[in-house]
Design a protein around this ligand. Structure first.
Ligand code: ADP
Ligand code: MG
Length: 240
């Protein structure tokens, strides 16, 4: 499980996360919504140790992410991350892209890595694209390739940072369908998203971020039906 206590993050004088308290249980799907600049991405980076923190604590399966002695590389193998735009290695085929991390990071054999890659490409519906290079994939297929790459590490957590925001509208659905499938399979997921339909239908809980504060968190019925915070209500009125 992921435990975040009293987390404060500054960029210089800019106070970006202002005391976040949040636990995400195994198997839970949490969507994070909120205006641009409210600290959503920064929170994800603090969870996987890409960003230092100034106060508080983040623990993943009991391990404190920001302790000096923590093996971040080891910790990160537990957490797959998918960004808005993922640049896969252009000179490697889809299969080679997915097989890379199991081979290099996990030290699996060449044939085992390729087997894992094949299985994960099938998982995301790219079984017919195994030998294709990323440049020949649509944006939606490239994002599914990015998801397959993350899954090849057999992560226990998946962090999505606006995985569909850079896509043409007609390509969003296939990526959301893949994320939905992972959720149904029981993957623990934190999804920063602007897709309110996804947040409503797939999440166990939705968190609304406002200017570095987790203003409200609750089941989708609460956030979308009866938000307690005026800020949440105003944000949702504007995005719908
Ligand atoms: P969101 O993902 O909700 O749009 P971010 O977490 O990206 O928000 O950013 C939160 C705030 O932190 C913004 O004001 C942003 O400009 C600032 N910020 C983000 N990354 C950096 C950085 N590396 N250096 C300085 N300021 C940053
Ligand atoms: Mg962001």
């Amino acid at each position: 499980m992921i435990e975040i206590k009293e987390l404060h993050k500054y960029f210089g004088a800019l106070h970006v996360l202002k005391g976040i308290d949040l636990n995400v249980k195994k198997g839970e799907v949490l969507s994070i919504i909120g205006a641009s600049g409210s600290g959503k991405s920064t929170l994800l980076y603090c969870i996987n140790g890409l960003e230092a923190i100034q106060k508080g604590e983040v623990k993943v399966d009991g391990v404190s992410v920001h302790d000096k002695g923590t093996d971040l590389n080891k910790l990160r193998t537990k957490m797959g991350m998918v960004f808005q735009q993922w640049n896969s290695f252009p000179h490697l085929s889809a299969l080679e892209n997915v097989a890379l991390a199991p081979r290099i990071v996990k030290g699996k054999s060449k044939s085992e890595s390729r087997e894992i890659a094949r299985a994960q490409l099938e998982h995301v519906g790219l079984n017919d694209k195994i030998d294709v290079y990323p440049s020949a994939l649509s944006g939606g297929q490239q994002q599914r390739l990015a998801i397959a790459r993350a899954l090849a590490m057999e992560p226990e957590y998946m962090l999505f940072d606006e995985a569909t925001s850079a896509l043409d509208p007609e390509l969003v659905g296939e990526v959301l369908d893949t994320m939905r499938l992972l959720a149904e399979e029981g993957m623990t997921m934190i999804c920063v998203t602007h897709e309110m339909g996804f947040a409503r239908d797939v999440s166990d809980r939705v968190a609304y971020f406002h200017e570095g504060v987790m203003e409200e968190i609750g089941p989708p019925e609460q956030i979308f039906g009866k938000p307690e915070s005026a800020h949440t209500a105003k944000f949702l009125a504007n995005v719908r």
